[in-house]
Design a protein around this ligand. Structure first.
Ligand code: FES
Length: 578
């Protein structure tokens, strides 16, 4: 690690609160002294904000008080003054209608908390899916020195001798219950065996993907993605991040210096190599948008759709994040693809990407495969276009059934998620396995928040035939722990008047992933007639935050940020408050 020259007190932002010998300086210091802070903490040492998403309603982040304490020790050790603050936490499992509705709201909380408070650098504590992009987006708009610390995955789920991956196991077992091949009592017994420790989902779902992105972007320390939440090394990593952020303040290493276009390119390639979640496409585009870095859907296809997946992890494979850690974790994957990476980028560790991965060793080739003999070929995200998605749709071919990647079928249409739930189990539903299930009005404006409902369950009569996959198309997202031939993020969405809104039962749809095509075989004239009769769905709430969100949310191809939040506003010191 580098040791930069120390900043003089007057160079620190926090001194505009604490360095003053006047009425306001008295107030800023005195109220903090009430909790037992000695006067020397205000003497011009870097003040580090610890942005904590602890919440009992976000079980994946339930250990964040411990992580924060470790960060504080590291900050003190490096001569800084830590102050922890809470921001809106987003629990993927609890929050309705979907945590994604609140990602941007949480990012506003983060940005304004940073700008309005006396801090010189920030440590972001992130775990469950949306807390990672929310905190990075907010911090990026404020642009102080910033380091990310992920909470780490849970221990592997174990049930009756088998590995049970969070999310992935729920989806497959619930399908078995619907098909009559698993008893409800057994299903409920597994509930206590899947999530056995602190931490986020231990499949390569969205949380593990985003923790990997934090490391691949260079915003977190090596090891950030894989150390389990309860592993002592997770606490060490937090403590080291606390030490490092003080150095970053002294060297003025802001988040915008780390999150460059090249860093995002590294992340996109790493995303393919880990077979990561489709949700990362939306989050990376939104994060880049805060920094003024242009990132498009085409970047994902062009840079990484041909890259292989190297990790054999659920939902695409067999193993779980604990195994990934023991195999060597993300540095091993990045070393395998180092010939594709920008290796000279300076990261939050104080070292370059090349230095971070130099000593990485693969300790379990069953879990991490070499680039020369990968787990799956061409595993990146493919971007589809056609009259059904003129602004794009995405599919994760590595999670799909190969035979369905080129498929033409009859549309079976559901107008919204309630319509889907009402009819999907109906034995009289006119559907067979060659059909394409189409779900409307689950996009950013339509749900609202773009729920993870794109991996619709199959009709029971098809499951009973032993068939476990069909082509499904929607403007929704999909849980990173899910799988199947699922076309997601169609843009524009149905509720914004996208062509998805015009699909009717019996229409023919063509999916051709090698040709990147998603086409509705209905003439333009007929589509124009249907459009003339189309009405946008009424939102459930037409005021409050929901209205702000629906009025301003961007479509999936632009990252679903609110239009007025894009860009940086910096961490200027606002006017005095008294
Ligand atoms: Fe929090 Fe999966 S529910 S990471």
């Amino acid at each position: 690690m580098t040791n930069s020259p120390r900043k003089k007190p007057e160079e620190l932002r926090s001194q505009q609160w604490f360095g003053r010998q006047d009425r306001d300086g008295f107030a800023y210091r005195s109220w903090l002294k009430g909790k037992g802070i000695p006067h020397d903490q205000f003497d011009g040492r870097p003040v580090i904000g610890i942005c904590n998403t602890f919440s009992e309603l976000t079980p994946c982040n339930s250990h964040f008080r411990t992580i924060a304490e470790q960060v504080k020790i590291g900050v003190y050790e490096a001569g800084g003054f830590p102050l922890e603050f809470p921001v809106m936490s987003l629990g993927e499992v609890m929050l309705r209608p979907t945590a994604m509705l609140y990602r941007n709201l949480s990012s506003m909380d983060v940005e304004e908390s940073i700008r309005g408070n006396p801090m010189d650098g920030v440590v972001l504590l992130m775990g469950c899916d949306k807390t990672t992009p929310a905190l990075i987006m907010g911090a990026a708009s404020a642009d102080l020195p910033t380091i990310g610390v992920s909470g780490g995955p849970m221990l592997n789920g174990k049930w009756r001798g088998q590995e049970l991956g969070s999310g992935t196991g729920v989806w497959s077992m619930s399908e078995q219950v619907r098909a009559g091949t698993l008893k409800l009592a057994e299903f409920l017994e597994a509930e206590s065996c899947m999530h056995r420790s602190h931490g986020h989902c231990m499949t390569m779902g969205t949380a593990s993907t985003m923790a990997s992105m934090v490391e691949a972007l260079g915003l977190g320390l090596p090891g950030n993605a894989a150390y389990p939440a309860v592993d002592g090394r997770r606490n060490v990593l937090a403590r080291m991040a606390g030490r490092r952020i003080v150095e970053m303040v002294h060297s003025d290493q802001t988040i915008s210096q780390i999150l460059t276009r090249e860093a995002f390119e590294n992340a996109i390639k790493t995303l393919a190599a880990i077979g990561g979640s489709t949700n990362a496409v939306i989050h990376l585009i939104a994060m880049a948008g805060r920094l003024g870095v242009t990132l498009t859907l085409e970047d994902f296809d062009r840079l990484a759709s041909d890259l292989p997946c190297l990790v054999n992890l659920q939902p695409s494979g067999d193993h779980l994040m604990e195994d990934f850690c023991y195999a060597g974790g993300l540095p091993v994957v990045m070393k395998e693809i180092e010939h594709l990476l920008h290796k000279d980028l300076l990261t939050a560790s104080g070292h370059t990407v090349a230095e971070n991965i130099a000593s990485a060793q693969n300790h379990d080739p069953r879990v991490i495969k070499p680039f020369s003999a990968p787990f799956k070929d061409k595993a990146g995200i493919a971007v589809l276009r056609g009259n059904l998605a003129p602004r794009g749709a995405v599919i994760k071919p590595s999670a799909a059934t190969p035979a369905l990647l080129v498929h033409k079928g009859r549309a079976v249409v559901f107008e919204n998620i309630e319509d889907f739930h009402q009819r999907i189990d109906d034995e009289n539903l006119d559907v067979d396995e060659t059909c394409i299930l189409v779900l409307k009005n689950c996009g950013p404006k339509g749900y609202p928040g773009m729920a993870e409902v794109g991996n619709m369950p199959l009709p029971p009569k098809i499951l009973r035939k032993g068939i476990t996959d069909m082509v499904r198309i929607s403007d929704a997202r999909m849980s990173g722990t899910a799988y199947g031939t699922v076309v997601l993020h169609t843009a524009p969405e149905a509720a914004a008047g996208g062509a998805l809104a015009l699909v009717e039962n019996g229409d023919t749809i063509e999916l051709d992933v090698p040709k990147r095509l998603l086409q509705l075989h209905v003439s333009d004239a007929v589509l124009a007639e249907r459009r003339a009769l189309w009405k946008a769905p009424e939102p459930r709430l037409n005021s409050g935050y929901w209205k702000l969100y629906i009025d301003h949310v961007l479509q999936a191809d632009e990252g679903c940020d609110l239009d007025f939040l894009r860009g940086q506003r910096g961490a200027f010191v606002p006017r005095d408050n008294h």
